[in-house]
Design a protein around this ligand. Sequence first.
Ligand code: HEM
Length: 172
Amino acid sequence: MFCCMSPDKEKEPTRLTDDQKRIIQQVWSEVRHQIDEVGVETFLRFFNTHPEAMDSFLVFKNMEVVDLETSVQLKEHALKVTSVVDKCVARINDPKSFETICRDQGINHAGRIVTDEFQRSLRDKYIEAIKARTSVAWSAEHQEAWETFFNLMQRDMMNSMRHMNALRDRKE
Ligand code: HEM
């Protein structure tokens, strides 16, 4: 398995509790039919706070943030990413499949500029967009469950992306 554990990372949860899984499934079942809106809102908020991230995207690199609101490409990209989130929720009780999906995304992102800060921000924007669409009374438990869910997704993804980048650097 890929290894890049720092002392801090060792303290991070490595799995979701059953209660957290229930929270994720309950909330997602309610907002899933708005998957397009969740994705678009997330990416609009993300690019608003991190316009520099647009440079990593061929399709957005020469666009202004204000043009994104009506961009078909933004909609398409947001749906692709949010469909991965949807797949991970569907495999929440199957850690191997969950990990495979995220690791494949890591391979897919090798060579791209994807920082921990971008990942954290995208996570937080997703949670804001999801929270805005659920009728459940949002609590600290809801926040923690969703943060852990995205942290696990992004941890597997980043580990595999860094592994691929290291292999590529060694070949050069
Ligand atoms: C939960 C985290 C993320 C997931 C699940 C995810 C998923 C995806 C997916 C499904 C694609 C489309 C791949 C394809 O068309 O074959 C994509 C493309 C891409 N992602 Fe991510 N992504 C995540 C986070 C990020 C972050 C934080 C960045 C950094 C800004 C990033 C940068 C990119 C870039 C540059 C592309 C290529 C877009 C293009 O076609 O030009 N991703 N991502």
